[in-house]
Design a protein around this ligand. Structure first.
Ligand code: BG6
Length: 480
């Protein structure tokens, strides 16, 4: 019989737990990957009976459309328990320890979904109460620090209590189906594999744009900004997947070894092919016809960047001279996440008379959201003309979830992997520290050169300076 599990959720009454974690665990319950013998123990300072808490979780799941099977939902809710624990005080830990001791042979997974200031105290207490021993696992989520120094301090505290092989650092972008598809595309297709280098690729763009603003997170955001909120983690992880060398296998260490090499090879602002960067901040504007406030209306005197556009390089043989452009922003015209690999145009065109080179060079676009698709643009003969003229055609691969027998959300996929003990989709200590080192180098540059944000109206495509960044190199942003 499989070992039963206790999924202990610090911050179990919080926003992340209700929006993402209970729905994901419920999804896994329906798939049979989380079972009636397992327990979810929510830890928070809210004094609530198990029944009251269960009904709150039940209401939240019913409000999301997929909780229609009432009998199954009741079985799931019977696995949910609430423990009141003030994690900062010693007295608070008694009830949690007692609840866990009831079933001491279980595999324990501790998920820390609290404000970051509690990460270190929680791991220290887990060690002090001997809850971190054996095979128990720790799952944590960003922000894992705000610079290299604080990132290292969090890693060090976690590693005192848990070995690296038992730590699961979540970057929810790695749970997205299409990010994983990058591995399949790159390493499962002979032709792409052979074209994936600076001889054939002109440049790469990675864009994550959102229409939402900072919402209720103004004070957090003011401390963080887009560079640390989005680039340090999601964007650099996607870049690493695009640029990594062949891993020996799909095993976690093989993949993470290759990713960290890419992060180490990223050009720093002071290096030979320097990183260029534009920071922006949204002002008031219109999104889908509705007027929305500016960042400084939401965060008075706010200084943080809500947009960044970056050009950088991966300094190795494969990518020599190929720019990687990253772009992310809030309150933009469209919400989209796309990775675009633009190939070089053909060198000698027979089609030049009366018709230029293929209008668009071959391009591979990988759309992560809101829809999931992969598109390869190729040149074909135009059917509108009897001359041999070219037009661009797309080969489209729609990866619509509804057509998949059992599609996972990002959190379902990640929690299922943590329950199985598979670290492939989680970020290793050295990846975190290497990305912070790079982010720090960009922030040092900002410090030296006088950091200033370029305003852009909400609902636009970002500051004009970001367009200039590409125009200077005869390129343009490809997907808004
Ligand atoms: C989070 C950031 O990590 O990712 C948020 O803190 C951002 O600011 C979010 O909105 C975007 O995630 P997704 O999956 O909605 O693209």
């Amino acid at each position: 019989m499989n070992q039963q599990r206790d999924f202990v959720l610090f911050g179990g009454s919080g926003d992340l737990a209700f929006r993402k974690l209970y729905p994901a665990l419920w999804g896994l319950f329906r798939n049979g990957e989380f079972t009636a013998g397992d327990r979810i123990i929510s830890v928070s300072r809210r004094r609530e009976s198990d029944d009251t808490f269960r009904s709150r979780v039940g209401d939240a799941l019913r409000a999301s459309s997929n909780a229609t099977d009432a009998v199954m939902l009741d079985q799931f809710l019977a696995c949910v328990f609430s423990v009141d624990c003030d994690i900062t005080s010693d007295e608070g830990w008694g009830p949690l320890r007692d609840r866990l001791a009831e079933e001491s042979s279980r595999l324990r997974l501790f998920y820390v979904a609290t404000p970051p200031s509690l990460f270190v105290p929680i791991t220290e207490k887990l060690a002090a109460y001997d809850l971190s021993s054996g095979e128990s696992r720790l799952i944590v989520e960003k922000p894992l620090g705000s610079d290299l120094k604080s990132g290292r301090a969090i890693n060090a505290a976690m590693l005192k209590a848990f070995e690296e092989r038992r730590i699961y650092r979540i970057d929810h972008y790695l749970g997205k189906e299409t990010v994983q598809n990058l591995l399949a595309l790159r390493f499962g297709n002979f032709f792409l594999d052979h074209l994936w280098n600076s001889t054939c690729i002109d440049h790469v763009q990675i864009a994550v744009t959102e229409t939402i603003g900072v919402e209720s997170r103004g004070s957090f955001y003011e401390e963080t900004g887009a560079l640390r909120d989005m680039v340090q983690n999601h964007m650099l992880q996607m870049l690493a997947f695009v640029a990594m060398e062949h891993p020996f296998s799909l095993a976690a260490e093989d993949i993470r070894d290759e990713k960290v090499k890419v992060l180490r090879a990223l050009a720093r602002p002071e290096q030979h092919e320097p990183t260029r960067i534009v920071a922006g901040q949204y002002s008031e504007g219109f999104i889908s016809g509705e007027q929305v406030p500016g960042y400084r209306d939401e965060v008075p005197d706010g200084r943080a960047e809500t947009f960044v556009a970056i050009r950088t390089y991966v300094q190795n043989q494969r990518w020599s001279g190929v720019p990687f452009y990253l772009r992310t922003g809030k309150r933009m015209r469209e919400a989209t996440a796309t990775i675009t690999v633009q190939f070089k145009p053909i060198l000698h065109s027979m089609f030049s008379r009366g018709n230029d080179l293929p209008p668009i060079p071959n391009r591979l676009m990988i759309k992560l959201q809101p829809e999931e698709w992969i598109r390869l643009t190729i040149a074909t003969k135009s059917r509108m003309s009897e001359q041999l003229e070219l037009e661009t055609t797309s080969l489209d691969l729609h990866l619509d979830r509804r057509k998949v027998a059992r599609g996972y959300t990002a959190y379902e996929r990640l929690l299922a992997a943590a329950l199985r003990g598979d670290q492939t989709l989680f970020v290793r200590e050295d990846e975190i520290e290497t990305s912070w080192r790079w982010i720090d180098s960009v922030r040092d540059l900002w410090g030296r050169s006088g950091f200033a944000v370029a305003p852009y109206p909400a609902g636009s495509t970002g500051p004009t300076k970001a367009d200039t960044l590409l125009h200077m190199e005869d390129r343009e942003w490809l997907a808004y």
